[in-house]
Design a protein around this ligand. Sequence first.
Ligand code: F6R
Length: 606
Amino acid sequence: MCGIIGYIGTEEASPILCQGLKNLEYRGYDSVGMATVSGGLEIRKGVGKIDDLRCRLNFEEIPGHIGIGHTRWATHGTVSFENAHPHADCTKKIAIIHNGIIENSDRLREALLKRGHEFAGDTDSEVIAHLIEDRLNGFPGQRGAGDGEPGTGSFDNGFFETACLDAFRLLRGSYAILAIKEGEDKIVGIRKDSPLVLGLADHGTFFASDVSPFLEWTKKVVYLQNYDFVVADGKGVKFYNLLQGEVSRPVDTVEWSMEEASRGKFEHFMLKEISEQADTIQRALQQDGDVIERIVDEVKKGFGVFFVGCGSSYHACLTGTYLLSKVAGVHVNAVLASEFENYEHFLTEDTLVFAVSQSGETADVLDAVKAARRKKSKIIGITNVMGSSLSREGDELMMMNAGPEICVLSTKTYTSQAMLMALMAYALCDKHEECVQKAKDLYMDVYNLTSKSMRVRLKDLAKELVHKEHIYMIGRGLQYTTALEAALKIKEVSYIHTEAFAGGELKHGPLALVEKGTPVFVFVSRDNEDRIVANAQEVKARGGYVIGVSDWNHRVFDRWIKVPECGDLNPIIQAIPMQILAYELAVQRGLDPDKPRNLAKSVTVL
Ligand code: F6R
C-alpha cells in the first residue's frame, strides 16, 4: 500500500524521485523519504506529504545519481519519523524501502536483537536492512523460514547483491524491496506479491510500484514476476529468480500517456476522472470478440460462477449478479474477496471465478485467485492495469481500458466495470451488439451528466447536506447496488456517515434512523417505481427529506436529481451524479478528495 521508486542513471536522482513520489502518493501519504548514494549514503525522511517535505527537507538538493524513495501507508508501527522509510542498518551504510508485509518480522527482529542490532522504529520493514548488514558481516542466518528458501544457485556477482539475495530468502510475506549501499553503484530489488515494475530509459533505469512515476521518461517497461531479483547498475539490468535461477524478462511498451496520468486543468484527479467517463465507458466495450465468446461458453457450461472483488469492485460484481439474472437468466454469486475463503469448498475444476480489481493488486482478490488456482477452477481477470498481478494470473483477461485512475476513489473504473458486466449479460443471450448500441446511445447522456451545469446543481445540493451527520440511500434491484456504491463514495471522501439499504428492508429496522430532516436518497427506475416510491413515502411520513434520483420528478421528492432512464444501464448513469456530489461534499468540507484519510488506492495487504 506504499509507493516505492528507484532511479540509477546519468541524471540527478533526487528531482526524479520527488516527481515520482508525487505520482505515487495515491498509494499512501502519511510519511515520505528518500535516500541517495553519492560516495556516502544520505537519508532524508519525515511525516507528511511530499509537497510539505520537499521544501522542508530540501529533498531536491540531495546529490547522487542513484536513489530510492518511498511514500508510506502505515501498517506496522505508527506514523512517525522513525517508522518512515528508507530504513538503515546499524552502520547507516545500507538503506532499504519496502512495500508489503514481512510476516515473520518479529522472529527475525528477535534474532537480530540477540546479535546486537539496534532498531530505530517498529516497522516490519526495518529488519531487511539489518538482515543485509548481517549477511555482509558473514553471518549465515537461519535457513528454512522464508518464502524464497527453495532457491537454486546463488548470485555471485558481488558481496552486496549476494548479501541482499541471502537476506531476501529469509523473508516471509509480501514484498517489493529496493536496497542501496554506500560505495555501491547499483540498486538491488526484489518482488513477491507486491508490485514492482522497471522502466528502461536512455539515461537510466527506474524501479517503481507502477508505471506512473516514469511515464515522462520512458514507456519501455519490464513487469517483474514473483521472486524476481534484479540488480541495476550503470551498465544495465540483471534478472535472477529466487526459484528459477537466471531468467530473462521481456520488455513491454506501456500504452498510457503522461497526459492521462496528470491532472491537467482540473483541480483534482477525482474531478478529472469523473469527467472522462463519456469516453471510458465506451472504451470498456473494446473487448476481443473471441475472448467474450470463450467466456460466455465457460459461463454456460460452468458449475458455479463467482464474481469476486472488494469495495467498489465488489459493488460492480453485485451489479453483475443482478444484470446476469435479469438479462440472461443466469445465476452467479457475488462474494467479497475477503470473505471468499468461506466459499472455497464449493470450487471445482468446472467452477468459474471472475476476479474484479481496478488495480489488479488487491491482496484479498489475489488471495481468492490463489484459492481458485488451488482448486483448478477457471479464473477470469477483470482489471485496469496491464502488467498487474491479476493481469497475469487469469486464464482469460478483460481490460477495463479506463486509463490511469490516480484518485484513491474509484469513479471511472466503477462505471467501466458495470459496463463490462452489462456486456457479459447481453453476450450471454446473444445480444452483444444490442448492448454496444445501448452504450453508444449513452455517450451524450454521460457527457451531459458530467457537464458544468450538472456540477453547479450538485454543488447547491452539497451546500444543503454538508453539515449533516447521516445520509441514507435506498433502491431496489440494480438501484440497490447503485445506492451501495453511492454511499461508499460519499462516506469515504466526505467522512459523512452514509449507509445504503434495499428499499424493502427499511421497515425491518433502518426506518428507526429516520427523523425530521434526515436526508434519504431514493434511486428509481421505471421498472420498479411503484415499490420504491412507496418506500420513499414511508420515509416522508417520518419527516425524512427525500432526494429522488430518476428521470421524472415525483411529488414525494423534496429534491430531485434528474437522470435519464437507461434501463439496464441505470447503474452507470445514476452513479455519476453521486460521484460528483461526493466530490463537492469533500471540497466544501475542506478535504482533499484525491487522498481521503486512512485510505490508499492499492490495498496490497490482507
Ligand atoms: C472505493 C474504492 C475501493 C476499491 C477497493 C478495491 O472508491 O476505491 O473501495 O474499489 O479497494 O480496489 P481494486 O478495484 O483495485 O481491487
